[in-house]
Design a binder for this molecule. Sequence first.
Ligand code: TYD
Ligand code: MG
Length: 466
Amino acid sequence: MKGLKTIYVCSECGYRSPKWMGKCTACGAWNSFVEDVLEEEKKTSAGAARHALTARSGEQRATPYQELEMPSYIRTATGLAELDRVLGGGLVLGSVVLLSGEPGIGKSTLLMQISDILGAHRRVLYISGEESSGQLKLRAQRLGVRGDNLSILTETNIEKILAEVDRVKPDVAIVDSIQTIYSDSIASTAGAVTQVRETALALINKAKADNISVILVGHVNKEGSIAGPKILEHMVDAVLYFEGERQQTYRIIRAIKNRYGSTNEIGVFEMTDEGLCEVQNPSEMLLAGRPQNTSGNCAVCTMEGTRPLIAEIQALVSATAFPAPRRTSNGIDYNRLCLILAVLEKRLGLRFSANDVYINVIGGMRLDEPASDLAVAMALISSLTDRAVPDDLIAIGELGLSGECRAVSGLEYRVKEAARLGFRRAVVPCRNLEKRQLKAGIELIPIKSIFEILKLLSPIDKKEMQ
Ligand code: TYD
Ligand code: MG
């Protein structure tokens, strides 16, 4: 076609190149170039229009810090406390949130639910480029949506969407999903890097200009990055990831970026027949059905932002049939597992190298914190020696390369949560108790190094198991 030109765009930084490249010369990302088309004549006019959009009227001068004014953010609670916690208190008017997650995880369900709650006191426009209005109505009925102040638009053309936003004048606009939206002025197909970037930019400008909260849904590709340009993450005010195992019912929302709040908080939901329900007590949920008197299990308390969460780690160590033993890790960083195995092998002389090792964190939880090292080590030793970690015991601590147990943050909150859930003893780093004593309502077993945990394991009562 005349006037169309194929270019390659880096999906990480947006760098354009006439040729495909294995490595981006601008940001150094590997294998990030995707094909895109440019309409040559319109390129300049679109560029000029864009420039006009972003250019500010008048000259900008630097302002002395003391003269800067505090902005007044108006927040709207979404009505789901778990989501509000992640957002830092609710949606900020004029801000743009990107909600991403794998297909089928429940993004549309969550957004339909909050549209209904928000509709009680705000005007909401739900724009869907993926489902027909009939499908949306069916889902909404299932979720028991009343739909006050809620308008639905099934449209993928950005120009028409913006016109409708002007007409409806919503307080909150939801776009499901940004990959389906296209602009007439750009030649490439919907979902291409340029389309996603330009349509998102138009929506962001609209949000800022009209003081609308916009929620964009972004699909995630196999590698876990938001499909299309990663630059979308830089453009929006907050990026939320919706994750969880599709086979399981738990769903976790994490903030990856938040200009108006902390990125440490998580929100926990459960997918039910009536949509997503908040889980106010996730520790209890994660501990449900815990096996008693078996080897290879250990409980740990991890901090997710300000909230302590009890998780259960399971290990299985079995004789290998391969020259190179297998190490499989689910929920714990693979390299961290290898490091803990090496420490146990070297410092305690335990022979893991002749065994396959499998680690799993129950409930699809991901433990990123080093504070779970000790519990991983105890689960591994327990499985290897076939001795049980007592059911009323929890282990918290980071493991150093010399086998020493290092201090962790927030120990007080962790042991309190353990006490609340019925644990009676907690193995904790000695160093945490050096400066101040903890009143935890639970017996604390301070340890200096990994050598001391062997004596805490007890033989399994085989009779009790049958
Ligand atoms: P959906 O919100 O369509 O996912 P996404 O928008 O992220 O692609 O969620 C789809 C899944 O959720 C689907 O597999 C069925 C399940 N589901 C329930 O279990 N209960 C419900 O009430 C609803 C509406 C969906
Ligand atoms: Mg969807």
